[in-house]
Design a protein around this ligand. Sequence first.
Ligand code: SUG
Length: 416
Amino acid sequence: MSIVEINFDGIVGPSHNYAGLSLGNLAATRNQGKVSYPREAALQGLAKMRGNMEMGLVQGFFLPLPRPDAHWPQDMALDASADPALRAARFSASSMWTANAATVSPAPDTKDGRCHLSVANLVSMPHRSIEWPDTLKQLQLAFADETHFAVHGPIRPCFGDEGAANHMRFCESHGDAGVEVFVYGRPGGPFPARQHEQASRAIARKHSLSADRALFIEQSPEAIAAGAFHNDVVAVANERVLFTHERAFADQAGALRKIRSACPWVEIVEVPEDAVSLDDAIASYLFNAQLITPPDGVMTLIVPSECEASPPVKAWLDTMVAGNGPIRRVHVVDVRESMANGGGPACLRLRVACDPATVDPRFLLDKGKATRIESVIAAHWPSQIDPADLETGALADQVREARAALIEALDLMELR
Ligand code: SUG
């Protein structure tokens, strides 16, 4: 088989909860303290994966990381006097948002002809900074074939890196050489700028991208201030198409000029502020959509159900599909549990363009495996978590047992 785009979704972990840990992520902070429903959350994620397979896409997955994290309490000398947010960090199921797991440069873009993956250090948020060692283990297992893949460790922690959520790739089709766009933020606003320019530049060098294949663009500070803590909250790309809000980039006209000059064939769908305001775009996660090309060739935007509930967003989508632009179909998914923590359909997946035959098949989904995963979720995932439960040993035991059951069902004992 040749190169196709595989979406690796994070299976929502059994400790999924609302601890309000991400400053600048408005949904997460707004829902702090609410009761979460991990079983339902994981089933919603699985339904999205099944939907993608039904459209004919190759679907992969990553497992939840070990939680509660074993090192964090000791590293931070946690005791009852410690900040509740610091105490909650060890339980976070945040690795479900695999768009933040790594940055990926597919083989046709790199000088050595291998697909390069750099695990994200996620240093801006304490609960996310503990993800990378276990994520790296998983990447090294899934992409172990060194003739096809190069898996890199994290960028030094002084430079924040949040992975593919701040990276877009333009190409005529996934197997062709592309142009990679790295979007970074500048500090100084009310919320952290989580992607550092020097982290993006270092990744492009590590991935051996030539200068004409890597563009660096600043994210709009007003978008970060409005709650777009990653670029994928205001823009998404697929093949020749960029779908973006008018206020996504610091110098919007300059950014679009740069992209057009590197990719003369690019098709840009820009949503103006007077059709959908930045606030409505962020509240609905219109741009945190999966923009995909299924085998039938009809470019499809997979949006969260919140988009249908927003009158301006719904009106924009209806008009867009009725017109003759490149995005021809809209598919709605229910990922409400993840959305309430600021993670839409695009956050839940890491795109890797490669030949599926070169990936460890245990990380690729099929109908049988989806059924097995569903049974483990139904049997072991807590039905609900009140943040107060995070202090109980009983929840810790249940979360550990749930993950162990999944590992066994998927024959991934190396991840124990
Ligand atoms: O890093 N939320 C995640 C959401 C990540 C979304 N990813 C992308 N945009 N690609 C974050 O802010 C909330 C966890 C909590 O508060 O309990 C959280 O980590």
